[in-house]
Ligand binder design. Sequence first.
Ligand SMILES: [Zn+2]
Length: 153
Amino acid sequence: MASHLEEVEYKNGEKHGPWVQYYAGGGKRREGAFDMGKKTGKWVEYHKNGQPAAVNHYQHNQLIGEHVSYYESGHLKQTGQFNELRGKSSDGRKTGTWTFYATDGKTVWRRITYKNGSRTKADEHPLGVCPECGRVVESPAWEKCPKCDSELA
Ligand SMILES: [Zn+2]
């Protein structure tokens, strides 16, 4: 019986209206809404501890507008943007600068710049890479490379 893990309403056999899914333990796992079977509006995913994990927006089942994700601590993890729907093939594609934060929620370790879903330039890595193996450094707290165990300056 999975029915208690999901709250949903149907219209003409399609999911329609507010939708909530729960973890087996009872906390919210995801919530959003459907418009005749298609994801619409704001959707939120939650960590098991109840903190939001990701916030997205949908229109006609496609990601649009702002994306934000969070670590279990509540600190910012990633921000970015999707194209709005304008009846073009580029609708719903990643656009602009996507920013990735270290677990402190402040230090940027990666920036990716998109236009219509394609990278427009090389990714930026403000914390640098491991001098031995090239692994991107994701946190100023790293003292050793998790890939090759080299000391990081
Ligand atoms: Zn390394």
